[in-house]
Design a protein around this ligand. Structure first.
Ligand code: BYC
Length: 328
């Protein structure tokens, strides 16, 4: 059943005339800003699209622990270690809220994990890039969590109740994550020449992959039109990318670091920056599994799943034993 669910749900948006009475009533509820709850009637496409987006979001949180987890043992001070540990634990929590939200739509967690492990479901492209230095941990918090906040704050108002409520909690934690990243960058950027160079190098490597987090340009986005009509998504990919650039460039200036884009310039008329597009060929290669760390990341998740089999089996055996005892 799940194999069908993860197939592309992109389709052209139905007009009012093309909608069944049930679909029209559903659309009216969405348009009025009402929350859709798990037991409410919903179009099958809405359910599938939500499972796709929430599931991929959950996977991103879990896989997203890997690049930062890599630095917990090498954090430069005890306090940085404690902060990073807390952040990485938060990401696990975000994944769990999101898997729970997806489960309310009739998919099991095992189905979601199988789809991830078999490469049928995606996770954010950003986590297929390596974290080579401590400054990268600053850049991840500043840019990657910054991009996540830009995307997720509007999702607090999305139409599906469990997803929107999960987002409220997640966003609170994401702002701490972004600040801790910026704090690392401030320290590095105002440090020794070598530290400044590391901070600049981290910005150079994470800038374009961060822009890719918002997804392909609107012209190439498969799901945006329908997802926005259903308020599964509140803004288009390009809108959020623009907002992110406009917010982040002054932060880079504050750090006295250079955004690696020769075309970056303030456009008075549009009230925002003009900037270079990321390399979309690279983006689609990463999505196809050919990024710098795809194999390593997926391999780590599959290994964790297999290594944890004895825990799951033990829990099931214990639950069955309790059931038997209750029945006797
Ligand atoms: N990476 O039609 P489109 C975090 C796929 S976690 C990979 O525009 P949509 C954090 C897309 O899935 C951040 N795949 O799609 C965690 C679709 O393929 P399928 C994660 C991408 O869904 C730990 C195809 O390309 N945030 O921040 O309308 C530590 C066509 O795209 C990407 C979320 O998941 C990508 N970057 O828009 C630190 C937020 N972009 O599914 C930080 C919720 C696109 O047809 N998700 N694709 O096979 C969303 O808002 C939307 O799903 C997206 C994409 C904006 C990501």
């Amino acid at each position: 059943m799940y194999a069908q669910m993860v197939k592309s749900t992109g389709s052209s948006v139905k007009t009012r005339e093309e909608m069944s009475p049930e679909e029209a009533r559903f659309q009216a509820r969405v348009d009025a800003g009402e929350k859709i709850e798990p037991k409410d009637w919903m179009p099958e496409g809405y359910r599938k699209n939500l499972i796709r987006q929430i599931g991929q979001h959950a996977h991103s949180e879990i896989v997203g622990q890997l690049p930062e987890g890599n630095w917990i043992t090498r954090a430069p001070t005890l306090s940085r270690k404690a902060i990073l540990l807390a952040k990485v634990q938060d990401e696990a929590g975000h994944g769990l809220y999101l898997y729970c939200a997806a489960e309310t739509l009739g998919v099991t967690r095992d189905e979601l994990f199988d789809a991830l492990h078999e490469g049928r479901m995606k996770y954010s492209s950003i986590f297929n890039y390596p974290t080579l230095t401590w400054a990268d941990i600053g850049a991840v918090g500043w840019l990657v969590d910054g991009a996540a906040i830009m995307n997720q704050v509007p999702l607090q108002r999305c139409s599906y109740g469990p997803y929107s409520r999960a987002m409220i909690r997640i966003c609170k934690e994401e702002s701490f994550h972004q600040r801790q990243g910026f704090d690392i960058m401030m320290k590095m950027a105002s440090g020794t020449e070598a530290q400044r160079a590391m901070a600049q190098d981290a910005l150079n490597r994470f800038w374009y992959p961060s822009l890719m987090m918002f997804g392909p340009s609107d012209a190439n986005s498969v799901h945006s039109a329908q997802s926005m009509a259903w308020k599964i998504k509140m803004n288009s990919n390009d809108e959020l990318r623009q907002k992110f650039v406009d917010l982040t460039v002054p932060q880079a200036e504050y750090l006295e670091l250079t955004v690696p884009d020769e075309n970056l310039s303030w456009n008075e008329e549009k009230g925002g920056y003009d900037f270079s597009e990321p390399d979309w060929d690279e983006f689609f290669e990463v999505l196809r599994g050919n990024g710098p760390c795809n194999k390593e990341r997926l391999g780590a998740r599959v290994k964790a799943w297999e290594d944890g089999a004895w825990v799951r089996e033990g829990l099931v055996a214990n639950a069955q034993k309790k059931q038997r005892m209750a029945a006797e």
